[in-house]
Write a protein that binds this ligand. Sequence first.
Ligand SMILES: Cc1ncc(COP(=O)(O)O)c(C=O)c1O
Length: 406
Amino acid sequence: MERSQVHNFAAGPSPLPTSVLEEAARGLVNYQGTGMGICELSHRGKEFKGIISGAEADIHSLLSVPDNYSILFSQGGGTSMFSSIILNLLAAHRLSSSNISLPASSYTPPNIDYIITGSWSSKAYSEAVRLCSPSSTSSPTYAIPHIAANTKPTGYTTLPSKEEYKFSSNPAYIYYCENETINGVQYSLSDEFSFPFDMIPSHIPIVADYSSSFLSRPIPHLNKHAVIFAGAQKNLGPAGVTVLIVRNDLLVDTSLAYSKGGVIPTPIGMEWKIMAENGSLYNTPPVFAIYVCALVLKELVRNGGMEKMKEINEEKAKRVYQVLDKVETIEKMKGVVREKKARSWMNVTFEIIEREEDFFKGAEERGLRQLKGHRSVGGGRASLYNAVGLESVDKLCEWILEFSRV
Ligand SMILES: Cc1ncc(COP(=O)(O)O)c(C=O)c1O
């Protein structure tokens, strides 16, 4: 089958622009006439340094990242970020002016707040419980994970209303996931179901998992965040690299924090300060993944940046949800997320009420690929990342309509 015959709706790893893959394939064999492939060049050479600094500059300009933030490239995916957030931010809390001079015996473990809106924020919270509040009474408690809101009782089909948020007093940070890839809920850009920045005092660090919506539209209130992270494998590039945007005052010496007592030691490859001081090159980075990300970023800049992506992505999501709402009335298929303002633009989750296998079989025959929902929830999921074109969306809509009428 030809690439042009396939409409790929994978949730990640997901499709990348064909032009980028073609250029990456050339660079893999011979990077810009050096006679050597990109994976054969030193990560400390001028070629790779040019690539990584170009990628950083493009993220900076695409998202209007203020100058008091660093853009870092790390490994270990979103999952490692769940852990490194805890380690770095608890170290920063320990070194804050009100705590730094306290002896370990007087240091009180802080609250850390998690907003649970789906599988990924739930996993991040579980990691906080695992690392910070051990089950054995003989082990120390490093922080008290607190659930500030939880939409599990709804099956993660909506987002919390403003009244449902119950933040703890003075947490070391507040964590949320902007787009839940498995469940298909996303914070909206408008008032209803937008993230409640106005409820949070400005000194509390806000951490956001943007893995599945990074670079799909502008990030609202980026400068109110302390940390934003995203695994590359949705909108940005191949799996293997994670982008981290971190406010510079949170780049702290975790060894110093550890020496004060009351915090968990941070593995060296997870310390953001060391990563920043070394331009993300403290250890050998995933050069090929970063190279492809750099090519995708260049293309995004050429194509009109975030406002243009927003326009296209909004239109793509609108078309799919409109069709799902239409067929819902004849009870064949329906969107999982009931609140329209909480619906993800990137991952449209849906239920096939009758003959599910026939739906997927027909989709395959039409070149509509990787439409099954995550194994933990079943059903269908169409991921509409940046590289999925309007024509693919229209093919999917046509099939949903055709299937629902038989
Ligand atoms: C929103 C979100 N966060 C975190 C992760 C975990 O990322 P990884 O598999 O790279 O560890 C994923 C993976 O799909 C995700 O979609």
